[in-house]
Design a protein around this ligand. Structure first.
Ligand code: NAD
Ligand code: UDP
Length: 321
């Protein structure tokens, strides 16, 4: 039987590359697409030799064409770390809006089911904790994070409109902070920042007093949740994340212990609109998908630290964003 064909945008990035691996292992024909603005071909170089993998170097904010049948589209292309989307704000807005529109159009033409990567950032700096899917959020549209948050909110609205008005099969995953191998060591997110600093023997830069919280999910757990959501019949947004919440100060102390560095946490100014608390309510994922995270932070951090340690020394020393 011919393999089912799936298009994965953002394929050379952190999450996209893990999704490519998962669908290759499930015997799909995987078409990866990426413009490499924040991604790295080395994340998928092991797939290039496979007959059931293809790669298109393309910016999805421009018209997207893929020959042949398509059964599924996973839209993961977008800058994702605050440093990245502050540096390339217009591209971030375009890929969430124009890119999503192009891919929804492609899905419609091909009769494909489309899943979009939304984010906990649609909740902004939330007034309630944990955040259930019914919460509408507290986003500053004109603040520095607005380019990402509003692009993702528009992406959800556009996707829902295609579902409602065109009957397109769509799925929306709201991803909470996820970590694991293939994150960029210099992408500015807190985990690679802290581990990179520990490896270079520098102090760990905690923003603000470190009392803000996040809840970190290991990448394998996230990929399993996305896989289940794609094949569910649920078109409303679903939170996928690990509800184990921790302050950034405690997180820094965990990294100091894990890496054995003799460095300390230092405090730098808190970025504008940095959410004070974040924790997913995963009641829906549990009841609809039978999903919950399995990997503890201790296990996940160990694997991720080993990955970063194994990188070439010049990459560990390269700090520029
Ligand atoms: P990443 O930066 O590692 O990967 C994003 C990929 O998209 C990169 O390879 C980049 O080159 C590509 N890309 C960006 N704009 C593009 C465009 N216009 N055309 C084609 N390719 C383009 O980030 P990630 O952490 O893997 O995030 C992937 C997706 O998941 C994003 O949509 C992000 O918003 C979402 N997400 C991630 C997290 C997380 O914790 N990692 C949390 C919430 C949401
Ligand atoms: N953070 C920090 N030091 C860093 C990078 C980030 O203290 O070097 C903080 C940041 O202010 C935020 C949290 O860590 O409160 C998570 O930041 P990240 O950029 O990883 O993701 P966010 O959840 O803010 O999108």
């Amino acid at each position: 039987m011919a393999r089912k064909r799936i298009l994965i945008t953002g394929a050379a990035g952190f999450l996209g590359s893990h999704l490519c691996d998962r669908f290759i292992s499930e015997d799909y024909h995987v078409i990866g697409m990426d413009n490499l603005i924040t991604g790295d071909l080395r994340n998928i170089q092991h797939l290039f030799k496979l007959e059931n993998f293809e790669f298109y170097h393309h910016d999805v904010s421009n018209f997207v064409y893929v020959p042949g049948e398509l059964h599924y589209i996973l839209h993961f292309a977008s800058p994702a770390s605050p440093i990245d989307y502050l540096k390339i704000p217009i591209q971030t807005l375009k890929v969430g809006s124009l890119g999503t529109h192009n891919l929804l159009g492609l899905a419609r033409v091909k009769g494909a089911r489309m899943l979009i990567a939304s984010t906990s950032e649609v909740y902004g700096d939330p007034n309630i904790n944990p955040q259930p899917e019914e919460y509408w959020g507290n986003v500053n549209p004109v603040g520095p994070r607005g380019v990402y948050d509003e692009a993702k909110r528009f992406q959800e609205a556009m996707t829902m409109a295609y579902h409602t008005f065109h009957g397109l099969e769509t799925r929306i995953v709201r991803i909470f902070n996820t970590y694991g191998p293939r994150m960029r060591l210099n992408d500015g997110r807190v985990l690679p920042a802290f581990i990179g600093q520990a490896l270079r023997g520098e102090p760990l830069t905690m923003f603000g007093d470190g009392s803000q919280t996040r809840s970190f999910c290991y990448v394998d757990d996230l990929i399993e949740g996305i896989y289940r959501l794609l094949f569910s019949d649920y078109a409303q947004p679903v939170n996928i994340g690990n509800p184990n919440e921790i302050t950034i100060r405690e997180f820094g102390e965990e990294i100091i212990k894990l890496t054995g560095t003799n460095q300390q946490l230092i405090s730098l100014p808190l970025p504008v609109d940095d959410p004070k608390q974040r924790r997913p309510d995963i009641t829906k994922a549990k009841s609809i998908l039978g999903w919950e995270p399995k990997v503890s932070r201790a296990e996940g951090l160990k694997i991720t630290y080993d990955y970063f340690k194994s990188l070439p020394e010049h990459e560990i020393q390269h700090k520029d964003f």
